[in-house]
Every structure is written in structure tokens, then in C-alpha cells.
Design a protein around this ligand. Sequence first.
Ligand code: HEM
Length: 589
Amino acid sequence: MVGPAESTGEHSGIKRSPLRPDMTVRQVAADYPGCQEVLRRYGESERESAKFGHLEPLGHFARRHGLDSDQLLAELAAAAGVEVDRQAQQTQAVHRPFLVSALAITLTLGAGWGAWLLWEIGRAGQFAAVPASHVVAHGSAQLWGFIAFFVIGIALRYLPMSVGGPPLRPFFCHLLLAALLTGVVGGFFWSLGPERAGWLGPLSGSALGIAALVFLIFLYHQLAGKLHFTWARLILAAGIWMTVWAGVTLVLRYRENATGPGSYSESIRQLLMELAIFGFTLNAIYGFGQRLLPGIAGSATPHKSVIEWTFWLHNMGVLLALPASFARLAGLEALAAAMLTAAALAYVIGMRGFLRVRRSTPRPEVGEALLVRYVPLAFFWLLTAMALLVAGDCYAVVGSQSLPHPYLGAIRHALTVGFMTTLILGVAQRLVPILEHTLLAWPRLVAPIFVLIATGDLLRVSTEMATLFAAPAFVLMPFSALLELAALALFAANIVRTFWPPLDPLLRTGQATLRTPVALLLAEYPWLEDQLLGWGFGYVGRVRSVPRELTLGTLARSEGKEPEEILARINDLLQRHFASRVGSGSDGR
Ligand code: HEM
């Protein structure tokens, strides 16, 4: 199920990474000295000014010297005594289909369908205006189709990269994706028309079960030796809760296959939401968050012992919440809510309140400054929602009555959109460029997305609460959907464009810009490396490869040069290079 992370070098006995076509000539020459001879034979020359080998990827080197890339890799691998990793590109893009599916589902079956439901509710002035099955269809599409897809996509890419565990083999990646899509899309249409397609219930439920099991096994392989870390246990707990959630979903879709989710009781719907939100999502957010959020928010190193409390309080709280809400035990519900709230508080304290202690100089590679604000906004909504839940549960115990729908609906929205979605929007706009080794396509969208999701969520939570006292609030409520949908649509556009950016001007026009990646410049025109060295760019001589996201402007500034002047010099050289190539009739490289 999982592929090899590293292969063993035959000669040294030490584990050494396999060769990849995107490795630079210098990297290969440094890591596997046995390869220098092969590279020299094919035209790589010695230089006084820098270490052996240019910062040119092997694929480009082969093309420039008219060699067959596969044959070159095979020769180098034989000289190095390692294997060739031919799936490297696929492994590096494993998250893409999951994230793109998440975006497509939320814009259509999830938030898109939710906006229609809200419009109907607003028009009729009552929540009962839409059938329960339609609401469950929306909720399940969002939780499985948006949140689970996102978490799984990030986990598949991030965990092997950060803990060095074995990546999931392509067959299982495809199986996981197909099973999740069948589970989400099949489940949605089954919810809307169980009388016409009852078989879709068990089919989609089984698909979700398979997906959850594959994901759990993947998590286990990644984290087995790391369970003394709280973050690893939190992530594994997320996988276990997801499997339970999938199991309950399968039983329900099998049992109610002919009637659909319209026949679920309130307590069953509550149980599903608790498994999804508290069991799966919050454990995943706490676990991945411990690793990722300090970097994104610029906050200090987390207090590990306090986050250990989060793990225990939170999971004990989930264990209590499930029987409590299933059997409608108000006292136990209040206790569970208090434990979950204490866990959330412990987490915020453990993460040092996400207070910014590190400031980086503004440059395109560190992302927009506003991205750090998404994290505190999301946690503000988490704590607000939990405080409202505890207050509501205590009121229910004292007053011996259940909480009204708008009150619970507003809390649920504060959790799902205010907390979970805001966090995903903020983290993804920082993390996706890191995973893709590139820049966010449209950094100027970071601010409007933030404003739209923040105001949309505030409007929805406040108007949903206000429907308890004033009927006109129903009229205002659907406008929140426009704001939230707009935020999701802009976010989707930004992520998809980051995955598939337009060709860099360097490749279109032969002229660089300050945002041109240095790695691209040196891959296309390796001779420029010697020019940069001559102009005093010591960095280019020291490294084995250049991070793909490093731009020319940032490199020039960090070397104490005037970026515009360097750009003009480079473009002048490129122009002269092309002119001489046209004169001699060759292709310009
Ligand atoms: C444009 C954004 C959204 C709109 C317009 C929307 C609309 C709605 C509406 C009208 C309801 C039923 C009424 C109520 O109980 O308040 C609902 C319920 C729900 N929503 Fe959303 N929603 C949106 C985003 C989300 C997101 C992002 C998530 C999850 C990440 C989510 C998860 C849920 C859940 C779990 C339910 C309850 C389902 C059930 O009762 O079984 N929604 N939403």
C-alpha cells in the first residue's frame, strides 16, 4: 500500500535517496561523487569559481546535450548505486486531485446547494421550509467532500515530506480518490432521491468505509514510530474517528436505503456531526496545526505539555459527547461540552495564543502579511462557538428543555465556517505554494477573501440567532451565502491558478521579471550561473539546488544588489544571446 521512501546505497550501506530527474547536476555530483565521471563525460566542465556541476536539473541537462533522459538517469543510478525514483513528480502532486475535488464539491453540492437552501428558508421565513434530507445532503457533502478531502489531500503530501514516511502507492491514491468521490456524490444523490436509487445508499456508504480504512492504514504507516509526539497521536485519532464516522454512515445508508436521511432522528444527525466535527476534524486540525500554525501565524514554539492536555481532554470529551447526545442526557452533554471547550482553550494557550513573535521581511516567498490573521480569527470562532455550546447545554439542564434549532444552527455554522473553513482558507493559501514550490497565484485576493468570509460568517451567525427574536432576520440571512460563496469561489480560483500557473514571461518572451524563479532561469540558461557568480552572487556558488519558489528580485536583494539593475543586465544578456543564436540558426537556449 505504501511505496519505498528511500533506497539503500549498495556501496555504503547507508540509506541514500533515489535519483530524481528534477535533481540538479551539482546536487547529484555532490551526493553521489561516483556520478561526476559520467557527467564530465557528457560535457559538464570543471570551474574555478564554483563547485562541480551547474544548478541545472538532470532532465534539462540531458535535453541540452541531446541525450536520452532515461538512459542518462540509468547510467547515473548505476554509478551511484541507488535507484531512480520515477514517481517523484506524481508524489509531489498527490494532493492536487483531492484539493481540486474539495473545491469543486463545495462550490456545487456543498455551499452552492446550501445557498439554495438558505434562500428557500429566507423566502419562507422558517427553517422547516427545506426537507431534512436536503439539509443532510448539504452537510454531508461539506464534511466529507470539502473538509475530509482537504485534510486527506494535505496529509498525503505533507506527512511523507515532513516525517519521511513512505508515500501512498499510486494505486491506493486512485482508490482513495475514487472511493471518496463515489461516497460523496453517490451519497448526495441518494439523499435527494432514495426512492429512485436506494442502492446508492449502501454503495456510497461502503465507498466511504473503504476510503477511511485506506487513509487510516496510511496514517498508521506514517506515524507508527512517532506516537510519543502529541501531534502524531492527534492525527492518528482523527483517522480512527473518521473510520468510526464512516462505519456509522455505512450502517445508516444501508438501513435507511429506501427512505433516505430524511428518516434520521435528530440525535442520529447530531451523532454524525459530532463524529465529523469533534472526532475527525478537530483532532486533525489540532495535530497538523501544532506542526504548521506557528510558522503561518509567526507565533512562538508551542507548549508541548499543555497540548498534551488538549489531546486527552478533547478525546475524552468526544467519547462522552457521543452517548450523551445519542441518549439525550442533558447533564452529560454539558460535561462533554465543557471538556471540549477546556481542550480548545488548552490548545490556544499551548499555541501561545497565536501571538506573533516572529516577523519576516516582506517578500513574495513568505506570502501576504494578512494570512497570519486568518488563524486568530478562526480560533476566535472556535472559542465563541464552544462558549455558546456550554452556555446552551447548562441552560438546557437548568430549564429542562432542548435548545432551539437556530441556536444550534448558529453554533454549528460558527464551527464549520467560522472556524474550520476560515482556517482552511488561511492555511491553504500559505501551504499550497509551499507544497508546490511556487508563489500564490493572486496574492491580492488574500484580503478580499478574508473580508468576505469574516463578514459572511458574522452575518450568518448573527441573523440565524436573531431569527429567535425577530422574523425579519430571515430576509437578511441568505445574503450571508453570497458573501461566503464569493469567498470560496475566489479561494478556489487562487488555488487552482497556483496549481496551474500561466507560463512564466521568461518562457513566453525570453525576458525575465523580478518574480521569475531563479531555479527556472538557471535551468533554462545554465550559462547565466557563471555571470551571476562573476557579479558576486556567492549564494549561487554555495548551494546544491535553489528553492523553486525563490524569485530573482529576492535573490538580488538578499545579495545586497539593486534588483532592477540586475534584471536589466540579465535581460540584456538574454537578448544578446538570442540575437547570436538567431544569427547562427540554433533554437535559442
Ligand atoms: C455558503 C456557505 C454555506 C451555506 C449557505 C450553508 C447553508 C446551510 C443551511 C441552509 C443549512 C440548514 C439550516 C441550518 O440548520 O442552519 C446548513 C446546515 C449545515 N451546514 Fe451549511 N452552509 C454553508 C457552508 C457550510 C460549510 C462550509 C460546512 C462545513 C464545512 C457546512 C456544514 C453544514 C452542516 C454539517 C449542516 C447541518 C446538516 C444536518 O443538519 O444534518 N455548511 N447549512
